[in-house]
Structure formats: C-alpha cells, structure tokens
Design a protein around this ligand. Structure first.
Ligand code: CTP
Length: 243
C-alpha cells in the first residue's frame, strides 16, 4: 500500500534543504587497543573524501610546576584530566564547517606546546581517544560511534613497548601507573562507555572485515548526503511527500 500525502507547504513551514555538516565518527577503546590503527585503515580506504583525524590526547590539561613534581600521582585516565569544554567547542565548530586551532600535547613534558595545529573543516571528522564516548554532549555530535575492543594483556604489552620506546618512560613506572590508574579507570569509565557504541570491533586493527563494513556504511551515508547536495530539490520532494 502506497499513500502519497501532500504537506501544506505554506511559505513559513516549507522544508529547507539542510545545511551541510561533516560526518562525525568517534573511536574509543582502552589504552593501546589499536584505535589509531583502526582510524588509519578507515582513512586509507576513504580516498575520495576529505578526512580529518583529531586525538582526544590533544585536549589534556597541561600540568603546572606543582603537579609536575608529583606527576606519578596524577591520573591521566580520569575524565577530568581532559579539557572537555574546549574539545566540545572545537568539535562543534568543525562539524559546522569552521576551521579550528587544536592544542599540541607533548607526552614527555605533560604540557601543550606551540604551535597549535590548524585544522580545516572536512567531509569526515574522526575523533579518537580513550574517553571520547564518555561525555554525552560529545557523543551527541557523533554520527557513528565505534569501540575498539582488544584483550587487556595485549594492550598492556603494547603499552609497555610504546611508553618505554616513544614516551621516554621506564618499565617500573609504566607498570605502577597501569596498576594504580590505567586499569581502575578503564574499569570505571572506559569499559562502561562501550554500551554507547554502534559498532564494537574485536581485535582492533587486525579485523579487516569490520573495517570494510564501516567504510561501506560511511560511503552509503555520504552518498545520500551528496545526492541532496547535487539535487537539492530531491530533499524538498522527499520532505513534501511522505511515502
Ligand atoms: N598518558 C600518559 N601520560 C600523559 C598523558 C597520557 O601516560 N602525559 C596515557 C594515559 O595513561 C592514557 C593514554 O596515555 O591511558 C592514552 O593514550 P592511548 O589511548 O594509549 O594512545 P593511542 O596511541 O591513541 O592508543 P591506540 O594504541 O589505541 O591507538
């Protein structure tokens, strides 16, 4: 049964074509779960689109002298260690097509350093980080929410490797930080945010099938978007007649 119903399209209530917003993807998951690998695989398959990758790490609060003295007591895995207000305002602007300036965080000094990164608006924005699904206001901006699910033993071994090689830490401190802060915060804040994900990727960057499905979905969504861009009247026709 097909029924066509004409809306009363008076000038004040007539539908308008939507303003174009970026497609916003959030990629969360525990430390060293392979979030960056997943993002890079998605980006490499989206060759025809403009994509920008933003890291939640960029929004860490800088530590002052006082806090630097007791850095081993600082919980970098707690939601309050991030400047979420700044992150939210940057993501809102990017989504609406405005350029933003994103801080440049240095893991060795625990501070933001100059110069900040200038980011131009894009068709697709990907925000990656341990707690990107934690704040409801940030979640609400997202068109697609992904959680990268990797076994904790795999993550810990990668973390030891990465922190000692790339972040200038010693193994003793890495293990202490993991037991004291990283693991408890994972259980308290990161794991509970998994329920908000639309897609959960087991085995992170090793899961080619999941990456293919995600990229197909993005193409489908952007295809619909582009149709409305090329044929703006299509949107008006679809909105005027409810089928
Ligand atoms: N962190 C730290 N020192 C800082 C700031 C953050 O040790 N000054 C740690 C936090 O403990 C947190 C981690 O950095 O657990 C967040 O980065 P992570 O998600 O591990 O990095 P990615 O490279 O994004 O991870 P992935 O391998 O999933 O791509």
């Amino acid at each position: 049964h097909l029924s066509l119903q004409s809306n009363n399209a008076s000038s004040s209530s007539s539908p308008r074509a939507p303003t174009k917003q970026s497609f916003f993807i959030g990629v969360a998951g525990g430390t060293a779960s392979g979030k960056t690998t997943v993002c890079n695989l998605i980006i490499s398959q989206l060759r025809d689109q403009r994509v920008v990758l933003v890291n939640q790490d960029s929004f860490y609060h800088s530590l002052n002298e006082e806090k630097l003295k007791t850095v081993h007591e600082y919980n970098f895995d707690h939601p309050e260690s991030f400047d979420t207000e700044l992150l939210l305002s940057c993501m809102e602007k990017l989504k609406l097509g405005q350029a933003v300036s994103i801080p440049n965080y240095d893991f060795k000094t625990h501070q933001s350093i100059e110069p900040a990164r200038q980011v131009n608006p894009s068709d697709i924005i990907i925000l990656e980080g341990i707690l990107v699904l934690h704040d409801p206001r940030v979640r609400d901006l997202m068109n697609m929410k992904i959680f990268v699910d990797t076994d904790s033993d795999v993550r810990l071994s990668r973390r030891i490797q990465r922190d000692t090689v790339e972040r200038g830490r010693n193994i003793q401190n890495v293990l202490e930080q993991y037991t004291k802060f990283v693991k408890p915060s994972f259980d308290e804040f990161i794991l509970p945010s998994k329920k908000y994900a639309d897609i959960i990727i087991p085995r992170g960057g090793d899961n080619d099938v999941a990456i293919d499905l995600i990229v197909q979905h993005i193409h489908t969504k952007l295809g619909q978007h582009d149709l409305c861009k090329i044929y703006p009247n299509l949107f008006l026709i679809f909105s005027t007649f409810q089928i």
